[in-house]
Each structure stands twice: as structure tokens, then as C-alpha cells.
Ligand binder design. Structure first.
Ligand code: NAD
Ligand code: USQ
Length: 482
């Protein structure tokens, strides 16, 4: 695992940084880029105590905004109208806020006047470097992203760079930011990545399970009123031959009836890490009265949200490679560059899908309508279900309208999964809370294809075919490039 962890969390500041007093437990560092970094005493102690060794982490807050500027913003969702706690904006910690879903969500919540902090180890950018992958879209550094957001909107998003598997770091962020809600996107989220080799399988489960356990302990320790909104996955359920319920199923067995967690049949070490997370969260809701919402999300597609549209520096990542790229996004890029659409196996694999604009909406709804103490609430977060063949056919038709010649190939399935199966998953709870879905339409496919064509010169065709086999995984460390 050394090849993953040795560099994963190091972050260096300029030695010319000059500390000055900010609050009782924080110092600010004037950075040569013009950003003001605020770092905790704990991090500074680490900086000293580590000597020449690379730092494991550093808590960094991006430029802060004066209170007068903050108070000029119109209160909307992030602020309650009531008299009591009223005008205080709700504080949301977005773990994994530099990633695909997390970045869009952090901006959306900030735009809605929540007080937002991003916590991220930037390990995802490191995976790309290590595997030789890149987003279709050029993405700015997290510091430039946040600086751009503040200059456009006057809204400040705080930044804590570090690994949530390090409990000391996480404790510092909790004590410093004092979140009312934590939205936890901060996991290794690729099934193929988790199936590359033993070390990536171990890394995925360690990173995801321990990170989530730490978040649970931090909530218990520092604010047991804090609502955890955790990103789970529809893949926890697998593909059973009965309808999939939202989290729980009522069963009558030998004359007795009970409502039990819905059976889980995950099909990668990644998906299994989510099952372990769900069990740990459910247990702590019971044992400690934690309030949690598990968002069992389907496959996300799309790239634009209202906020990321505002400036090219805010552009979100868009993965198309065989490790991190997901089905529909990959098919759009493949169509744009004249690569045949890569349907794995028979193509009957059916999953729930949603537009990234609905991801941000769902998270906002979950935060605004928190779970009760002790409640482990499960929502299935997707809007429509499609088979891989259906997606390929939709992309082919949309591509032809744009004059593209779209072909499809059947690729021997690198995964172990059912290729023809029953699939009917419930997804009503978020609709009941007010979700207005953006369903997959011709115009969205047009826009995704046009978007892919705009950046097609950035595509590395060698990264498209899948190169990770569920059956061939072994102990030997692998580099994935064809
Ligand atoms: P992503 O890889 O783009 O982003 C994840 C972010 O978390 C990255 O910025 C990464 O650096 C950070 N991170 C990972 N481990 C961390 C750690 N230990 N400490 C701090 N930061 C850490 O992934 P994404 O597509 O945005 O997915 C976000 C979440 O949503 C994941 O939990 C994933 O399982 C879930 N999800 C994603 C999809 C999808 O289609 N993208 C679908 C269903 C569920
Ligand atoms: N598939 C193809 N061709 C491709 C890519 C994928 O046929 O080029 C198939 C896969 O075999 C699978 C289906 O499409 O049957 C979905 O695969 P995917 O890569 O789009 O999605 P998956 O690996 O399931 O993972 C993604 C996210 C993950 C999230 C999950 C939600 O990476 O974080 O948890 O979607 S769900 O699928 O509901 O489990």
C-alpha cells in the first residue's frame, strides 16, 4: 500500500509564510499566491514536530470574508426564518468537497447561504497522477476554485486539507468549524479501482470504513446534534430478483413479522465498503442516538450545475477513463471521439441514474429535513433506471442527430455481475421531500455530447478500454495503463 499512502496526504506550505495571531487557537499564514491560509495550532505543532519528514496533513482555510460582507447576503435556505437560532446560517461540512459530487454540492450549498467548509485530502487528484488519468475537463486547483468562487459571489468556503482517517486532524476540523451537518462524500469511490490489486482493495476499505467511523466518533464527541448525510450507493443492494425497497423490508417468516435492513449483495470491494459503512452508521444511530441519512445514490451523469457554470475556473471534473469514468459519461465521450460505445457483456445490467443537478438538490433536501436522533434514514437517490444497452441506444440516437457516426461494441465483461436481471428499485422518499428531477432528455444528451466534443482533444484514447478484471485481481501491485 506504500505506493498509495506514502505521498497521499503530504501538503507543503511556503517557508516564507509568516504566522500572525487570528483567534485563540488559529494562526493565519500569508501565502505568496495572495491567499490567506489559516492553520490550527495542532497543524503547526505537527509542522514543527515532523522536522524534515513530509507533513501528513495541514488544516488550511481559504481566505476569510469580513462579517460585513457576509451579512449583506440575502438569507434563503441556509438560514431559518424563525425567531430563535434564526439568522445564524447553518454550517455544513462537505467531506470530499474537491471531488465530482462534492464540489458541485459545496458550491450549491454556499450559493444557498449555508456556511460551508470543504474537507478533502486531495487523494483523488493523486490517484489520477498515479494511474496516469485526467479529467476530460481541465480542473483548477482547489485554492483557485475557492478564490474564484469568492471573487464572483463574495461567499467564502473554508478549506481543511487532510485525511479524515487521521482522527486528530478530523477532531481539529470539527472543533474549528463546528458543523450542524456533515455531508460525507470523502471516499475512494471507484469499483474498478478497488479491484486493481490487493493494495487498492485494502486501501479502499480502510479509507472508506475508517474515515466514516472517525466521522461517527467525531459527531459523538463534539456535537451529537450534528446530522450526518452519508453518500451510500444503490450498488449495496446488488440485483435481487425482487423489488428493492428504500433501506428496509418488512418480512414475515414462520408466522412472525419484522422490518429489517434490506439484504445487501455488493459486487466489488468498493461497494462492500459502503455496506460496512451502512452497518456502522446504523449501529451508532442505535447505540449513541446519532442522526443519519444514508443516500444510496445511483450512477451520476452530467457535469454542469448552475454554480459550476458561472466561471471556467469552477468547472467540475468529468471522468471518462476505464477506472473512474461511469457509464453514461463515458458513452458521451466515446461518441464524441468516434470510439465505439463499450457495452460490457450482454448490456442488460440495469442501474439507477441521476443528473448531477439532482445530486446537489437531494443533499440540500436531506440537510433541510434532518433525521431524528437515533434514526438511520435511508433514501434511494436516483431518478430513472436504464440498462447499459438502453443508454447506448439513447447516446447513439442523440449522436446521430449531431452528425456523429456512433457504433457500439460488446466488450467481454471485466466484472462479475448479472448481465440480464430483474431490477425495480423504489425511489419515492426524496420526491416526497420535494425533489424535482431533471430526467434524461434529448437536450441534456445533446449538451453532454457537445460538451464532450468541446474537450475531445484532451481525450487519451488509451484510457478508454477497461483494464481491470474482477477475476484476475491479485496481490501483485499493478499500474493501470494499456
Ligand atoms: P470523487 O472521487 O470525485 O470525490 C471524492 C473526494 O473525496 C475526492 O476529492 C477525494 O480526494 C476525497 N477523499 C477520499 N478519501 C478521503 C479521505 N480519507 N479524507 C479526505 N478526503 C477524501 O467521487 P465522487 O464521484 O464525487 O463521489 C462522492 C461520493 O458519492 C462517494 O462516496 C461515492 O461513493 C458516492 N457516489 C458517487 C457516484 C458517482 O456516480 N460519482 C454514485 C453513487 C455514489
Ligand atoms: N458499464 C459498461 N460499460 C462501461 C462502463 C460501465 O457496460 O464502459 C456497466 C458496468 O459493467 C455496470 C454499469 O455499467 O454494470 C455501471 O457501471 P459504472 O462504472 O457506471 O458504475 P459503478 O461501477 O456501479 O459505480 C458508479 C460510481 C460509484 C457508485 C455507483 C452507483 O463510480 O461510486 O457507487 O456508480 S451504483 O451503480 O448504483 O452502485
Amino acid at each position: 500500500m506504500a505506493h498509495i499512502l506514502s505521498t497521499s496526504c503530504s501538503f507543503k506550505t511556503s517557508t516564507s509564510a509568516t504566522p500572525y495571531s487570528k483567534t485563540s487557537n488559529q494562526y493565519s499564514l500569508a501565502h505568496p499566491t495572495g491567499l490567506t491560509f489559516r492553520t490550527s495550532i495542532y497543524s503547526l505543532k505537527k509542522l514543527v514536530s515532523h522536522g524534515k519528514r513530509p507533513l501528513r496533513h495541514l488544516t488550511v482555510c481559504a481566505t476569510t470574508l469580513s462579517m460585513s460582507q457576509e451579512s449583506q447576503t440575502e438569507p434563503t435556505s441556509g438560514t431559518q426564518d424563525s425567531q430563535n437560532e434564526s439568522s445564524k446560517p447553518k454550517r455544513v461540512m462537505v467531506i470530499g468537497g474537491d471531488g465530482y459530487c462534492g464540489w458541485a454540492t459545496a458550491l450549491h450549498l454556499s450559493n444557498k447561504n449555508y456556511e460551508v467548509a470543504i474537507v478533502d485530502s486531495l487523494v483523488r487528484r493523486l490517484f489520477d497522477h498515479q494511474l496516469g488519468l485526467d479529467s476530460l475537463t481541465p480542473i483548477s486547483s482547489i485554492h483557485n476554485r475557492l478564490r474564484c468562487w469568492e471573487s464572483l459571489t463574495g461567499k467564502n468556503i473554508q478549506l481543511y486539507i487532510g485525511d479524515i482517517c487521521d482522527f486528530e486532524f478530523l477532531s481539529e476540523t470539527f472543533k474549528s468549524f463546528e458543523p450542524d451537518s456533515v455531508v460525507h462524500f470523502g471516499e475512494q469511490r471507484s469499483a474498478p479501482y478497488s479491484m486493481i490489486d490487493r493494495s487498492r482493495a485494502v486501501f479502499t476499505q480502510k479509507n472508506n470504513v475508517i474515515g466514516t467511523l472517525n466521522v461517527l466518533f467525531a459527531i459523538k464527541e463534539f456535537n451529537d446534534d450534528c446530522h450526518l448525510v452519508k453518500l451510500g450507493t444503490m450498488g449495496e443492494y446488488g440485483t435481487p430478483n425482487i423489488d428493492i425497497e428504500e433501506g428496509y423490508i418488512t418480512i414475515t417468516h414462520n408466522g412472525r413479522t419484522d422490518t429489517l435492513p434490506y439484504p445487501k449483495q455488493a459486487s466489488s470491494f468498493y461497494h462492500l465498503s459502503k455496506v460496512h459503512d451502512s452497518n456502522n452508521i446504523a449501529f451508532t444511530c442505535k447505540a449513541w442516538g446519532i442522526r443519519a441519512t444514508d443516500l444510496n445514490q445511483g450512477v451520476v451523469y452530467g457535469v454542469r450545475t448552475d454554480e459550476t457554470e458561472m466561471h471556467e475556473e469552477l468547472c467540475n471534473r468529468f471522468d471518462y477513463d476505464g477506472v473512474f469514468g461511469t457509464a453514461l459519461n463515458r458513452f458521451c465521450v466515446q461518441a464524441a471521439i468516434g470510439h465505439p460505445l463499450t457495452v460490457y457483456g450482454k448490456g442488460g445490467q440495469t442501474r439507477g441514474y441521476l443528473d448531477i443537478r439532482d445530486t446537489v438538490q437531494c443533499v440540500e433536501l436531506a440537510i433541510a429535513n434532518p433525521a431524528q436522533h437515533g434514526e438511520f434514514r435511508v433514501f434511494n437517490q436516483f431518478t430513472e433506471q436504464f440498462s447499459v444497452n438502453e443508454l447506448a441506444s439513447l447516446v447513439t440516437k442523440a449522436g446521430e442527430k449531431l452528425g456523429l457516426d456512433v457504433q457500439t461494441i460488446s466488450v467481454p465483461n471485466p466484472r462479475v455481475e448479472a448481465e440480464e436481471h430483474y431490477y425495480n428499485a423504489k425511489h419515492t422518499k426524496l420526491i416526497e421531500l420535494g425533489l424535482k428531477p431533471h430526467l434524461l432528455s434529448d437536450s441534456l444528451l445533446d449538451s453532454l455530447l457537445n460538451f464532450s466534443m468541446k474537450f475531445k482533444d484532451r481525450v487519451d484514447k488509451k484510457l478508454i478500454m477497461p483494464d481491470v478484471s474482477w477475476r484476475k485481481i491479485g496481490v501483485k501491485p499493478r499500474t493501470v495503463t494499456t
